[in-house]
Write a new protein. Structure first.
Length: 367
């Protein structure tokens, strides 16, 4: 691997000559700009504004633009003579636990390679010290015209360095979280935990860039004069009433996918809040008028009993007719109401019979 910077690691009074090499590489598909009418390349040319001509890279230097628009030239020699110890040195300033480093600060990654045989011993010493302490080294270094912060850690048998942002370069997450107060229920947390457990872990080596592969397929098809592959249709998002239903569907789909069942594409859930239920407007149904029928029948019977000058036969017949009418008018009365009406009619008939018997006995005595 080609080195991009040469210097040394300053570890107390120990100096370790190293070479800095990139630890990552970009595999994204790159495009060129063209003129759409004829396919000609679009290029950017570096032109001097004063002379109005294109200049070569050797003629280009650095300058700082002042507030009034004037240019202050800065040469590489000026930068190399900066009064800071990190111009050609990665200066270790502290050792801290790795969890103390905020991932938001982490940037580009580099490998530190030992430069020459004399660097092998101190390089190995620093690597083993980092391993045994379970800590990372915080260092300062200068690269590409500015001083930077770095974190040194062990990767395999090598020492890697991650460029870190300065703490004041990380923005606070103000205004990012929802403003409205949201309450999460225990059942929802339980389903979220179940979903995480179902999805489980994954080997990061199994992940790949599907977008890059799709672009390569399009390029290969057009280069061969064929039609580009058709776009896969995504399933329309399903309508789910609440968060619980969405979580339950997600857990079920994840379990089926894990078990290898052909469950088809899982529908995405659109989460909507459940509307508040209105209070029930139903009223308690009114009671049937069975008891009212019984009392009415009893009153009519009593009134006919109290009427003077009527024969016992008429009284008994009137009582029976009254009971029959009451029963016919209220066919849907309850069994208890019917029993009350029958009891009232029987009582009226018995009273009429006794009254008739007494009158007959009185007439015989008179005779």
């Amino acid at each position: 691997m080609r080195s991009i910077w040469n210097g040394a690691i300053s570890f107390g009074l120990v100096s370790i000559p190293i070479k800095l090499v990139n630890a990552t590489e970009n595999h994204a598909v790159s495009f060129r700009q063209i003129h759409t009418e004829d396919g000609g390349r679009i290029r950017y040319r570096k032109v001097c504004e004063l002379e109005d001509r294109e200049v070569t890279q050797a003629e280009i230097g650095k300058a700082y633009e002042d507030a009034d628009g004037s240019m202050i030239p800065i040469t590489d020699e000026d930068l190399s003579q900066l009064p800071i110890p990190t111009a050609r040195t990665i200066e270790i300033v502290a050792f801290v636990p790795e969890e103390r480093i905020d991932p938001l600060q982490m940037g580009s990654a580099y490998y530190l390679a030992a430069s020459g045989a004399p660097a092998a011993k101190p390089y190995t010493l620093l690597r083993e010290a980092l391993k045994r302490s379970n800590r990372v080294a915080i260092a300062k270094f200068a690269l590409r015209g500015r001083e930077r912060l770095g974190m040194l850690r062990v990767v395999g048998d090598a020492i890697a360095m991650h460029g870190l942002l300065w703490p004041d370069e990380v923005r606070a997450p103000e205004g990012v979280a929802p403003d409205a107060g949201v309450t999460v229920r225990e059942q929802e947390l339980d389903l979220a935990d179940a979903l995480m457990d179902t999805l489980g872990e994954i080997d990061l080596d199994d992940l790949h860039d599907e977008y890059k592969e799709a672009i390569e397929e399009v390029i290969a098809a057009k280069a061969a004069g064929a039609a580009p592959p058709e776009t896969r249709e995504e399933a329309a998002p399903g309508k789910v009433l609440d968060l619980m239903a969405a979580l339950e569907s997600s857990v079920r789909a994840a379990r089926e996918s894990r078990d290898g069942e052909d469950a088809g594409p899982a529908e995405e859930a659109e989460v909507r809040s459940l509307p508040q239920r209105k209070a029930s407007s139903r009223r308690t149904p009114k009671e049937t008028g069975g008891k009212k029928s019984t009392s009415t029948a009893a009153k009519k019977t009593a009134a006919k009993k109290a009427a003077p000058g009527k024969s016992a036969t008429k009284s008994a017949g009137a009582a029976k007719k009254t009971a029959a009418k009451s029963t016919a008018k209220k066919p849907a009365a309850k069994s208890a109401s019917k029993s009350g009406a029958r009891s009232a009619s029987k009582s009226a008939a018995k009273s009429a019979s006794e009254s008739a018997a007494k009158k007959t006995a009185s007439r015989r005595r008179s005779a």
